[in-house]
Design a protein around this ligand. Structure first.
Ligand code: NAD
Length: 352
């Protein structure tokens, strides 16, 4: 297994492998860049088929966190952790303690948070072994309502800001009367649907489970369609809010919306999909820019900030997106390339 030669190595500052024979912990922690501040990123527990697969995942994810934090204007770097194992079968309290001790070896240069396979309870176990654990409790939500620790309300509000900015950029108009097709009405998608409805938009929704669909239909008057068809819905905006890879060689030619803007991570199945959207004149709002509300939430909860400061920074997502879209138009290039440039200008130390 190569590390420095790995295609996703990309100048990582530190990559550590942890093995605790007593608990069976096998984990990797990658710190991509700490130029702007200590690295922050979630921990994923997944039954990776090989350590190569785990390494590729942790390298890609930690790099993504650097870009996300930089564009969001947070004094944070990017890092990520993966635990090799099945969260349903292999997770124990002792394993989480061992993970907490592993995190502590970074002495604050890596702050761990939640990702798939890891719960708030797991983080609380880790927090008994290290101070460098985020997302164990939440004090406030961006709108002043009580918070339950789930950053989805902040993520949804940021995505709403981003969609508003993109529609304004493309049409000069507000969301009133526009149609948004939402793929996945889960924690983020359903909250996004409420914001859009309040702004006067029409909703088309799809999900593979009924729960969110019922609410969207009955409370918000959304039209429910087949999940296989949501990307091709006749809408002004397609908002992927389910899993990654919504924009792929099969879905791309069928997209009818002029704008793609949603919460899902890794929406482009490959970098070529960004070029292909650009070639089709579809305005793509880079995923890691529009879905930064969650990390902004975690940052403010951890740094004894206020709901007001958090809300201001989430609303800034809309302005950042306007800047990216304007710059991409002026440079006649794909939007995600501009977002990457902006991030790199911030976190790569000036070459002397
Ligand atoms: P979630 O699991 O609550 O919701 C996802 C929804 O998508 C579920 O209802 C699921 O049934 C549905 N779904 C899955 N596959 C589908 C398909 N093929 N077609 C239609 N629907 C499908 O997750 P979430 O917290 O709402 O996150 C949604 C996305 O946003 C994820 O990609 C996540 O990584 C990303 N994201 C979330 C946050 C956050 O704060 N929760 C922050 C940043 C990014």
């Amino acid at each position: 297994m190569s590390l420095f030669e790995h295609p996703d190595f990309d100048q990582h500052e530190q990559v550590s492998f942890f093995h605790d024979p007593k608990t069976g912990l096998k984990a990797l922690i990658a710190v991509h860049n700490t130029h702007l501040g200590p690295s922050l990123g979630g921990c994923r527990m997944w039954p990776y088929a090989s350590s190569e697969e785990a390494l590729t995942d942790v390298l890609r994810l930690s790099k993504g966190m650097t870009y996300k934090a930089a564009v969001a204007g947070l004094p944070q770097g990017g890092g990520k952790a993966v635990i090799i194992g099945n969260p349903r079968a292999d997770k124990t309290q002792e394993l989480m303690y061992a993970m907490g001790r592993s995190v502590d070896t970074f002495k604050g240069q890596y702050i761990i948070a939640e990702d798939s396979g890891i719960s708030v309870q797991d983080l609380q176990y880790m927090a008994s072994e290290s101070h460098h654990v985020a997302g164990t409790s939440a004090k406030f939500a961006y709108d002043g309502t009580p918070a339950d620790g789930n950053p989805a309300p902040s993520t949804a509000y940021g995505v709403f800001m981003g969609i508003q900015a993109a529609v304004k950029h493309a049409t000069g108009q507000s969301l009133e009367g526009k149609t948004v097709a939402i793929q996945g009405v889960g924690h983020v998608g359903l909250r996004l649907a409420r914001h859009l409805k309040n702004a006067g938009a029409n909703l088309i929704v799809a999900d593979i489970f009924n729960e969110g669909l019922e609410v969207a239909k009955n409370e918000l008057g959304a039209t429910v369609i087949d999940p296989q068809q949501i990307h091709a819905a006749k809408a002004d905006v397609f908002a992927p809010c389910a899993m990654g890879g919504a924009i792929n060689p099969k879905s791309l030619p069928e997209i009818r919306a002029a704008i793609v803007a949603g919460a899902a991570n890794n929406q482009l199945s490959s970098p070529q999909m960004g070029e292909a959207l650009f070639a089709r004149d579809i305005l793509y709002v880079p995923d890691y820019v529009i879905n930064a509300g969650g990390i902004i939430d975690i940052y403010h909860q951890r740094n004894e900030s206020s709901a007001h400061a958090m809300r201001m920074q989430i609303e800034q997502i809309g302005q950042t997106i306007s800047e990216i879209l304007n710059r991409a138009r002026d440079q006649n290039c794909p939007t995600e390339q501009v977002a990457d440039q902006i991030a790199e200008e911030k976190f790569r130390p000036q070459q002397s």
